[in-house]
Design a protein around this ligand. Structure first.
Ligand SMILES: [Zn+2]
Length: 413
């Protein structure tokens, strides 16, 4: 009886993973992870201690660049937007590269005390897991492959990319996949983001982000009293927008994340602004909530006369798009998905498909094969100063990355 194509294909992938895992050099690479955990922990503390605020990733990129050189990667470089790249060549230069990437930026602004430290078995500090864990995953993979001298047919492109968080707007990956000379050399992409082993991001959550600025004439709180107040107008806009209906299915979120404005308690502010993040897998829903935002701002502004009482200027509003991440989905028959499922089955790891906004949004939106997975261990408190990482079980996550990457890069024997 002939099996359906998808079942026989996945059986073949399953056999390939078992074959790979039984090879002596691959086994040695997997053992490397277990034996070197103390070093991995030190690397994580070192890398997380180097500040990498959005648009300020340079010092961390430089550190990663020198590690790439030490690991004897080739074509090591920091590109035009600040991504760090290095190649572990394969035996067949004609084959597309398998990209393995980890974002090197954090959400924390320059000057934030990162407070990176170890307490008992746990690591603490802002950015220690997101994406200290992913960066260490990259370095551990390159080190283990070098130490065990694993040979693979396709080359591996190691990427420490900038601009994943916040207003970075995926600019690092956008540059690599849309503008750089690497774009035609890359085949599948495995993104390492944070800790854990229990998910595979196969669906790219889209987002649209806005900066809303309301301006007025400003003035003295007593002598110019009556002039329109942009902070009050903005507050009214937020109150209106917060009443927008946000269904659970398809899920959509809307967040006012930053507000700013004003100069002193006795001044009528000249300006007030907020930053808003709207996310969904549904493009339609995102557009509906965007319209609600625009209406809320316009209605709040319409409560004010076009001209102030003294004949001066009234209230004006501007809504600027500051971020746009494409929504997309991996083809359910993609080889990369069969590979990670087969790896999970081989390792006895349970992982569920997940929808999130990651660096994989860019290759996925271009129809390329990509997944985003954690680099093992566990973590919590991401994007807070209380972030932590526990390396227990990290080797499972690293074995998972190793087997998936090697299956995609074809190891011959
Ligand atoms: Zn992250």
């Amino acid at each position: 009886m002939a099996l359906p194509a998808s079942i026989s294909a996945s059986t073949a992938v399953q056999q390939e993973i078992a074959r790979l895992a039984s090879l002596r050099d691959v086994h040695a690479a997997m053992e490397w992870f277990r034996c070197h955990e103390p070093e991995l922990r030190d690397w994580q503390l070192q890398v997380a201690a180097i500040p990498a605020p959005p648009f300020g990733e340079g010092p961390r990129a430089e550190r990663l660049r020198s590690r790439f050189v030490e690991l004897e990667l080739q074509e090591v470089q920091v590109d035009a937007v600040g991504n760090v790249l290095g190649v572990r060549p394969g035996s067949d230069p004609e084959e597309k590269l398998v990209a393995v990437s980890a974002h090197i930026d954090t959400v924390f602004a320059a000057g934030t005390p990162l407070n990176v430290r170890r307490e008992g078995d746990r690591l603490y500090g802002a950015g220690i897991s997101d994406n200290g864990a992913g960066i260490v995953g990259l370095l551990a993979l390159a080190s283990a492959l070098a130490s065990a001298k694993v040979r693979h047919s396709a080359g591996l492109l190691f990427i420490g990319n900038v601009g994943e968080e916040g207003e970075g707007d995926l600019r690092g990956m956008r540059h690599i996949f849309c503008e750089s000379p690497w774009k035609d050399r890359i085949g599948p992409t495995v993104v390492l983001d944070g800790a854990a082993t229990d998910t595979v991001v196969t669906q790219a959550l889209g987002s649209r982000r806005f900066e809303v600025t309301i301006q007025g004439p400003g003035g003295h709180s007593w002598s110019d009293f009556g002039a329109p107040n942009p902070i009050v107008a903005l507050s009214r806009a937020i109150a209106r927008f917060s009443r927008t209906e946000l269904p659970v299915e398809p899920k959509i979120s809307a967040n006012v994340g930053v507000i700013s404005g004003g100069t002193s308690v006795n001044s009528i502010p000249e300006s007030a602004s907020m930053r808003v993040d709207i996310r969904s897998a549904s493009q339609q829903e995102m557009e509906r909530v965007e319209r609600a935002l625009r209406e809320a701002v316009a209605e709040a502004a319409s409560e004010y006369p076009k001209r102030a009482r003294n004949g001066g200027k009234g209230i004006s509003c501007e809504i600027q798009l500051i971020g746009c991440r494409p929504a997309a989905e991996l083809d359910p028959n993609a080889r990369i998905l069969q590979v990670i499922r087969a790896v999970d089955a081989h390792l006895g790891n349970r992982a569920r498909p997940h929808r999130a906004s990651t660096d994989a949004n860019i290759p996925l939106s271009l129809g390329r094969e990509a997944i985003s997975i954690g680099a093992g261990g566990s973590g919590g408190g991401a994007h807070t100063l209380q972030e932590w990482y526990d390396p227990a079980g990290r080797d499972l996550g690293l074995k998972r990355v190793l087997l998936a990457v090697l299956a995609l890069a074809c190891v011959q024997k």
